[in-house]
Design a binder for this molecule. Structure first.
Ligand SMILES: [Fe+2]
Length: 251
């Protein structure tokens, strides 16, 4: 499994690896002064524990962007290996989609607001960015925007799964655009999955400035027509069908 060092300086190391049959991008944040590490959306708990052990880091935090199975699959194993040494955090609004897994801490900040979180001497913001799921969270700080399935590099996440909402996603993308405009252009956006861009390239990281200039979803949010024409907000597949059935049951 290939692990890429996407950021490395005297404060922080950020590692990225693509894991599992859905090609999930996992991100490990490491505070170099305290050797504490946080894994975002672990697909494989053993894999990341081994990476940390080999490099002399202590895995202390699991931060979840959202509760879809491919983003939480490695949580149980991580907890089984490390117990109370590791704190699992997610947003309380993920319960709205019926997710029941145990976590150690739930964020309760409102949609399109943030709360602070620390890793050793590093500080990050956990922004509630719903639309793909009700409690989707985007992590911003220390040179990175870890955007899960909210914002991909060239597009955004689908909004037709249970708990998703295109109007909420549109408001979130406006909010996120504003947040990113206030950050240095060379900070990196690190998404939960890699998709082919219009020009055929398949990067797994992109500078904020380039995402703001080229992301199809961000470029569409100010126009009703352009937003409605985006081809990736909803799909005709078994997951969409499942979501439709579940919504019908709710009524
Ligand atoms: Fe997802």
């Amino acid at each position: 499994m290939q692990v890429t060092e996407v950021i490395s300086n005297d404060r922080i190391v950020v590692l990225q690896a693509q894991l599992g049959e859905w090609d999930n991008l996992n991100h490990l944040l490491v505070c170099l002064s305290t050797k504490q590490a946080a894994i975002i959306d672990p697909f494989d708990g053993m894999f990341w524990q081994e990476v940390c052990t080999k490099r002399g880091w202590n895995l202390r935090e699991v931060w979840l962007t959202h509760s879809h199975w491919d983003h939480v699959k490695g949580v149980k194993k991580t907890k089984a290996l490390l117990g109370q040494e590791v704190q699992v955090r997610s947003h309380a609004f993920e319960r709205q989609r019926g997710w029941e897994d145990e976590v150690d801490h739930e964020w309760t900040n409102e949609a399109n607001t943030h709360t602070s979180l620390t890793l050793g001497s590093l500080t990050f913001e956990a922004h509630c960015t719903p639309g793909h799921t009700p409690g989707h969270t985007t992590f911003i700080g220390e040179g990175v925007v870890i955007s899960g399935d909210c914002l991909f590099l060239g597009r955004c996440g689908r909004t037709d799964l249970y708990g998703g909402d295109p109007n909420v996603q549109r408001a979130t993308l406006r909010y996120l655009r504003e947040q990113m405009h206030g950050l240095p252009e060379d900070w990196l956006v690190l998404p939960g999955h890699q998709y082919v861009l219009e020009d055929g390239q398949t990067p797994t990281t992109m500078r904020i400035g380039d995402v703001l200039d080229s992301n199809e979803a961000l470029l569409a949010v100010d126009s009703d027509q352009a937003w409605a024409a985006l081809p990736f907000l909803a799909f005709e597949d078994s997951m969409a069908e499942q979501a439709r059935r579940r919504r019908a049951k709710d009524q």
